[in-house]
Design a protein around this ligand. Structure first.
Ligand SMILES: Nc1nc2c(ncn2[C@@H]2O[C@H](COP(=O)(O)OP(=O)(O)O)[C@@H](O)[C@H]2O)c(=O)[nH]1
Ligand SMILES: [Mg+2]
Length: 330
């Protein structure tokens, strides 16, 4: 049985061949997947597409880590241990929160749609810096293209919920649904092997804000019931700076990274500015973070830290742990 492909599929395939960036190719592959009839005869093609999508997604990931020059300008280049987006409905307190966690100074105002452009700041967590970005509100009929693209690119989202208002929870629900409409699923723990490869799962934590307000505790019960299974969450009051430490911790935990300190042979380790790599990351992953060339030329490494004796020599596939000190040998 032949596979009947739609004109849209062919169009996307053509666009795929002409695409210049991994991100563009991924977008085309997504369309192809959606357009592909899912039955027995197309199984081989389905499998091929799935593989291509996951490979291209890895390329996009790699580009995120070391962006090439001349990238798209509306995107804020990633800095520090990860890029974290503050998202939510109007007036939830996203901009206020950014001023509390970083030195950035976005406008904070008691009326909606004050924030029209994203602004970024760096949040300190112990010796790590994390990039936080404040965004315009998302509502059922307002979602800028670049905002959804930023959400899909984020390492983590913080969905800020207005607990001072009866509509706050529904505004948060609306954000989730609006993003689902563009195949972007906010979730506490993204699935390892999703059935539909075109859906982008974004790790998200819930920040129940304005908890000092009247009625907030009662609303929290409703929020827990509605979303407690889907997201980890933190309660806070940005205005009075309550609960900020918990949120800082949750944000760092949510990034799922470890810190690694590097040293040069015969010199003490640089304990001031750790590299961060994903949990489960190897010596090779660290080397990539340091420099592409280092990764290519890497011969071995010596480690001080967890599960090794001091100065043990390991190969590039050795899995690192939080606070390991590593000497890379090229
Ligand atoms: N009571 C109270 N008000 C807050 C809190 N956080 C923000 N606000 C107020 O809520 C309004 C909207 O805040 P803003 O940060 O501009 O919201 P955004 O639209 O999500 O960026 C402002 O008047 C803030 O002062 C909070 O924790 N408690
Ligand atoms: Mg704002």
């Amino acid at each position: 049985m032949a596979v009947n492909l739609t004109p849209q599929y062919h169009e996307a395939e053509e666009a795929y061949k002409k695409a210049k960036t991994a991100e563009e190719r991924l977008e085309c592959l997504r369309v192809m997947w959606t357009e592909l009839p899912k039955h027995k005869a197309s199984e081989k093609l389905q499998a091929e597409l799935k593989t291509k999508i996951s490979e291209t997604r890895k390329e996009v990931e790699a580009d995120k880590r070391s962006p090439k020059k001349g990238g798209v300008s509306y995107k804020i280049p990633r800095q520090g241990a990860g890029q974290v987006l503050l998202i939510g409905g109007p007036n939830a307190g996203k901009s206020r929160l950014l001023t509390r966690l970083t030195r950035a100074t976005p406008e904070v105002a008691p009326y909606p749609f004050t924030t029209r452009e994203p602004s970024a700041g760096m949040m300190q967590w112990e010796d790590v810096r994390v990039q936080l970005i404040d965004t315009p509100p998302i509502t059922p009929d307002y979602l800028e293209n670049y905002v959804s693209s930023m959400v899909r690119n984020a390492d983590l989202c913080v969905l800020v919920v207005d607990m001072a208002d009866d509509d706050g929870i529904f505004a948060a629900e609306a954000v989730i649904q609006r993003l689902e409409g563009v195949k972007t699923c906010l979730i506490g723990s993204p699935p390892e092997d999703p059935d539909d490869p075109t859906i982008e799962y974004i790790r998200t934590i819930l920040a129940a804000n304005k908890m000092a307000s009247e009625g907030a505790t009662e609303r929290l019960e409703i929020l827990r019931e509605m979303m407690g299974n889907r997201f980890p969450f933190v309660t806070l009051d940005a205005e009075s700076s309550t609960g900020l430490e918990e949120l800082r911790n949750a944000i760092y935990q949510g990034l799922n990274v470890i810190r690694v300190y590097t040293k040069k042979p015969g010199k003490p380790a640089d304990m001031d500015s750790p590299f961060t790599i994903p949990v489960g990351g190897t010596v090779e992953r660290l080397a990539e973070q340091v420099h592409r060339e280092v990764a290519e030329k890497l011969k071995s490494a010596r480690i001080w830290g967890t599960g090794v004796f001091d100065g043990q020599t390991v190969t590039r596939d050795h899995v690192l742990h939080d606070k390991d000190v590593v000497e890379l040998h090229v």
